[in-house]
Design a protein around this ligand. Structure first.
Ligand SMILES: [Zn+2]
Ligand SMILES: [Zn+2]
Length: 290
């Protein structure tokens, strides 16, 4: 074999060149097989046997094409995935690029914080919407990879929706775009065109890929340390409780103190105890002394 083993010799390639490399079943099989052995590497012959291709020349050609981008050769001459290769494995299993999620709807164990009826999860066009069919209150709506439905019960899916949503929210609030790893910028804004029953909320926009998340001020406040602690003091672990079960978010009390620049006051109320907070235009939060 003549391929270079030195990963550092390879430079960046264009997105179209990188994606073009993947348009072949043998190459996808190579990446998938290397993905299945996780921490280990595979020798040429072991990898070829797993990919199950008789023509050694063909196998060698395709493996060479992947070297330096999705696959690397280790010091002992075996093969393993690069970071990019492992991301391709993730993309395959999540189904994001190659599966259309079948529409479905099912009841959740959670009850509506407004009317007490069972909430429902709808999945359509790769988006989950959590809503109350009785009072038509929409709780959350977010993109969700179709591969995540595999091997999960409805109960496990509800937990997965919550975990996924928390990840999206915490990444956005932390200024990190989960779509492209770019910087997100957050601000207070008029959200009436995005959220049914809210006028003021927060909007986080990625400065690179224009991905955006729009939330109520309450959803933004929920993961602030002081608010996490306030819930803890009232027996609620916000990391374990789906956002659609947080009682005060039902009719969150937010008052606009100023529009230029934006400044709002919000109240978190649990068991009759009130925590009053001011959120400035840059989304900094301060506690109001009461
Ligand atoms: Zn309801
Ligand atoms: Zn982005």
């Amino acid at each position: 074999m003549t391929e270079s083993a030195d990963y550092d010799d390879f430079a960046d390639v264009s997105p179209e060149a990188a994606f073009a490399l993947l348009g072949n079943k043998t190459r996808i099989d190579i990446i998938r097989e290397l993905g299945e052995i996780s921490d280990e590497s595979l020798s040429f012959s072991a990898l070829r046997s797993r990919v199950n291709i008789a023509d050694s020349g063909q196998f060698n050609y395709h493996l060479k094409e992947l070297l330096g981008s999705f696959v690397r050769r280790t010091d002992d001459g075996s093969y393993e995935l690069t970071y990019a290769g492992s991301q391709v494995v993730g993309a395959i299993y999540s189904g994001t690029f190659n599966q259309r999620g079948a529409s479905r709807a099912f009841k959740l164990i959670s009850s509506c914080t407004k009317c007490g009826s069972s909430l429902e999860a709808d999945y359509e066009q790769e988006r989950v919407t959590i809503r109350c069919p009785a009072c038509d209150d929409q709780k959350s709506s977010f993109g969700f990879p179709p591969g995540a439905f595999e091997n999960r019960t409805h109960e496990e899916l509800a937990r997965a929706f919550d975990t996924w949503l928390q990840l999206l929210l915490l990444a956005s609030f932390g200024g990190f775009c989960l779509n492209c790893a770019g910087r997100m910028h957050g601000s207070i804004t008029d959200v009436s065109e995005y959220l049914d029953d809210k006028e003021i909320g927060t909007k986080h926009v990625c400065e690179r890929c224009t991905n955006r998340t729009v939330n109520s001020v309450g959803a933004y406040l929920l993961y602030q340390p002081i608010v996490v602690a306030f819930h803890h003091d009232h027996g609620i672990d916000v990391t374990e409780t789906p956002i659609w079960e947080i009682p005060w978010l039902r009719d969150e009390e937010t008052t606009v103190l100023s529009r230029e620049p934006w400044c709002v006051q919000s109240v978190v109320e649990l068991d009759g105890d009130r925590l009053e907070l001011v959120v400035e235009d840059d989304l900094s939060v301060t506690i109001v002394d009461t």
